[in-house]
Design a protein around this ligand. Structure first.
Ligand SMILES: Nc1ncnc2c1ncn2[C@@H]1O[C@H](COP(=O)(O)OP(=O)(O)OP(=O)(O)O)[C@@H](O)[C@H]1O
Ligand SMILES: [Mg+2]
Length: 348
């Protein structure tokens, strides 16, 4: 099922939680909503589910305006961050619940519900645990039951709000891989909320980066990582270094020297240069490059992180060097970013 969010605004007592959000999701796509706390991820998910109504704008399921539809009619499966299994019901009854409460004509017979529950337990790799109660399961197992329950109603759209948020890193990684496999097997259109960038980049077909109630960028993992379109996305996804610079006639200047990077379309004035600390080339001499003095150096896994003082120590910038680089204190290092982007300074 395609889902289209069209110019949606959502206010809570006049506080705008979402400003003007538009998003097209293709049928069968696995989409991650990624953003810091309070950026509006849950609000957007609840609007799609029908648990909230937009203040303005519309949400379409296919060609149909979903705002005219109740939650039941939208037929979405929802998994919340905190386990929401029914404690007094067995695993099998939990999974079958959405089918059991259907009105008479659409309710499958008991045996069929049981069969479906056991099939789903197979899918989430928990077969044999039908008769257990939620308290007799681990956190990861409970979330898998919650997912099976959400899928039991054969939802048109599956909505997952930080389903693995409460679990430890190792279990999260396993469940992530497993969710991708299930998605590929079932083909449900799935919208997945997370504030973990690794999770979003690894799992999703496309990542929607949100900040302060707005969508900052939509793209594949490669697109949002390789070509961030705002300082926020640069800072939020992956490691980034930034340096205050000046743009003059299409050239970037650092501390009164051009550094050999051309930016023909950028306006003159103060700006900030962004790049990935590892994505640089080291240079011998400095004729048009960034040069600095090593202020600090530390080993991070297989690389060396070095902080350079630029322009007599007024600015610090972090770069990554191969482990065999000596990077002695106070030594001078010259480099140029390979891939980079310049944005006008926020305050100018
Ligand atoms: N029912 C509500 N009443 C008032 N304000 C709300 C309500 N729900 C959300 N908000 C506000 O809307 C903003 C977005 O909240 P939302 O829950 O969508 O963020 P989120 O991105 O899911 O954050 P988190 O990662 O912490 O779950 C927040 O500032 C929040 O305080
Ligand atoms: Mg949330």
């Amino acid at each position: 099922m395609e889902v289209r969010v069209a110019n949606v605004r959502k206010e809570f007592d006049r506080f705008p939680a979402l400003h003007d959000v538009s998003l097209d999701i293709k049928s069968g796509e696995l989409i991650a909503l990624l953003g810091p706390s309070g950026s509006g991820k849950t609000t957007l998910l609840r609007l799609i589910a029908g648990l909230e109504k937009p203040t303005r704008g519309k949400i379409y399921f296919g060609d149909e305006d979903a705002s005219q539809r109740t939650i039941q009619e939208r037929n979405v499966g929802f998994v919340f961050q905190h386990y929401a299994l029914f404690r007094h019901m067995t695993v099998a009854d939990n999974i079958g619940f959405g089918l059991k409460v259907r009105p008479g004509a659409t309710r499958p017979p008991k045996a069929e519900i049981r069969r479906r529950a056991s099939e789903l337990l197979d899918l989430v790799q928990l077969s044999g645990l039908e008769k257990r109660y939620p308290t007799q399961l681990s956190g990861g197992q409970r979330q898998r039951v919650a997912l099976a329950r959400a899928m039991a109603i054969e939802p048109r759209v599956l909505l997952l709000d930080e389903p693995f948020g409460a679990l430890d890193a190792q279990v999260r990684r396993e469940l992530r891989r497993w969710l991708r496999e299930i998605h590929d097997a079932t083909g449900h259109t799935t919208i997945f909320v997370t504030h973990d960038q690794e999770e979003a980049l690894e799992l999703a077909d496309r990542v929607v980066v949100m900040s302060q109630g707005r969508i900052e960028q939509i793209g594949t993992a490669d697109e949002v990582y390789d070509t961030p379109n705002s300082p926020f996305v640069y800072g939020f996804i992956g490691e980034s270094s930034s340096l205050p610079v000046k743009v003059e006639d299409g050239q970037i200047w650092v501390a009164d020297r051009p550094i050999g990077l051309a930016t023909p379309d950028a306006p003159n004035g103060k700006a900030t240069l962004y790049f990935r600390p590892h994505d640089i080339e080291l240079l011998d001499g400095c004729n048009g490059c960034i040069a600095g003095t090593v202020a600090a150096s530390r080993r991070v896994a297989g690389t060396r992180r070095v902080e350079l003082e630029i322009g007599g120590g007024r600015q610090l910038v972090e770069i990554e060097l191969p482990i065999e680089h000596p990077a002695a204190q106070k030594s001078r290092i010259a480099f140029r970013p390979r891939r980079w982007k310049v944005f006008p300074a926020q305050d100018s």
